[in-house]
Ligand binder design. Structure first.
Ligand code: PAF
Length: 283
C-alpha cells in the first residue's frame, strides 16, 4: 500500500494502471461504514485507491473542522486488512493552492435538507470530489447511503459534467444499538449513544407505518418527530419525507419512491440518518 501526498506523484503512479480503479474518498476517522466501501471496491475493481482529506471547504465557520477526528495511523492500520494499492493524502496547499478560485456547484438538489441547514456544504463536497475524480481518475467510486443526499448530488454531478465514472452506492452500516455509523459518533459518550439510538428507532416507527400502508407523509413525519422529541437531549433540525429523485417534500399521498431522512442535534453533534422506501415493492 503506497501513500502518496502530491498530485504529480499520484499521476506518475496512476500512469501504469490500465485496469479498473475503485476510489473511496474519505475524511478519515474510519469506522465499519468506510471499510465496507473499501471492501466493495475490492470486490468490484482490480485496484483500489482511498483518499483521506478533511476538506475545509465543506465546513462552515463555527462547525467542527478543528475538532474533526484525525486518526491517520489507526486508519492506515485498518486498511491493512484490505487490498489497497494507494492512499492519497493531500494537504490544503496541494488541494487549494494560492489563487484557487473555482467552485463546483450543483444548483437544485443541494438546496434541500442538509443544504438548507448547511448552505455551502455541498458546494464544498462537489468541489473537492470533482478535484479528486480528476486526480485519481477512477473507473468506479464508492459512496455510502448514510449520506443519501450527497450520493444523489454526486450522481447528478457525474452525469452533468460527464465524468466517466460509475458511482456505486453502499448500504448504511449501523452500530449494534442501531445508531448510524459516523465519524462524528466519537463525540458521543456511551450514554449519549443510547439516546442517539432513538433516531433509528423513530425511523423504524415511520417505516413500519409505511409497510402497514400508511400513505400520509405528514403522519409519517409526526410519528418520527414525536418519537425523537421524547428524548430531551435530541433537538430536531428536520424530519423529511421527500421524493427520492427530486428530494422535494411530499405533500400529497405517497405514491412513488421516497427518502425519509432526519437531522438531529445531540448537544453540538449533528447526526443524520435515513431510509428509502418504495410503495410499489413495499420495501
Ligand atoms: O463523505 C465524506 O466523507 C466527504 O463528504 C467526502 C465525500 C470524502 C468529500 O470530502
Amino acid at each position: 500500500m503506497k501513500t502518496i501526498s502530491s498530485i504529480s506523484q499520484f499521476r506518475e503512479w496512476r500512469k501504469g494502471i490500465t485496469e479498473s480503479v475503485g476510489f473511496v474518498p474519505t475524511m478519515g476517522a474510519f469506522h465499519e461504514g468506510h471499510l465496507s466501501l473499501v471492501q466493495k471496491s475490492n470486490e468490484t475493481c482490480n485496484h483500489t485507491v482511498v483518499s483521506i482529506y478533511v476538506n475545509p471547504k465543506q465546513f462552515a465557520p463555527g462547525e467542527d473542522l478543528i475538532h474533526y477526528p484525525r486518526t491517520l495511523d489507526e486508519d492506515l492500520k485498518k486498511l491493512d486488512s484490505f487490498t489497497v494499492d494507494a492512499v492519497f493524502l493531500p494537504n490544503n496547499e496541494v488541494m487549494y493552492p494560492d489563487g484557487f478560485s473555482t467552485k463546483v456547484n450543483e444548483e437544485i438538489l443541494s438546496n434541500f435538507l442538509e443544504g438548507n441547514s448547511r448552505p455551502s456544504f455541498f458546494q464544498g463536497v462537489t468541489t473537492v470530489v470533482a478535484k479528486l475524480f480528476n486526480i485519481i481518475q477512477p473507473s468506479h467510486a464508492f459512496f455510502g447511503e448514510k449520506d443519501a443526499q450527497q450520493l444523489a448530488i454526486i450522481n447528478r454531478m457525474v452525469t452533468d459534467l460527464n465524468f466517466p465514472i460509475e458511482i456505486i452506492s453502499c448500504p448504511l452500516i449501523r452500530e449494534e444499538n442501531g445508531l448510524a455509523m459516523s465519524s462524528r459518533n466519537v463525540y458521543l459518550s456511551n450514554d449519549e449513544k443510547e439516546v442517539a439510538a432513538h433516531i433509528n428507532l423513530a425511523l423504524e416507527d415511520g417505516k413500519s407505518q409505511l409497510y402497514s400502508g400508511q400513505r400520509d407523509p405528514q403522519i409519517i413525519r409526526n410519528i418520527i418527530s414525536n418519537h425523537i422529541s421524547e428524548q430531551q437531549l435530541l433537538k430536531i433540525d428536520y424530519v423529511s419525507v421527500a421524493d427520492a429523485n427530486s428530494l422535494t417534500e411530499i405533500t400529497e399521498s405517497i405514491s412513488g419512491d421516497i427518502l425519509v431522512s432526519v437531522a438531529v442535534y445531540l448537544g453540538d453533534t449533528r447526526l443524520i440518518d435515513n431510509f428509502s422506501y418504495s410503495p410499489s415493492s413495499n420495501k
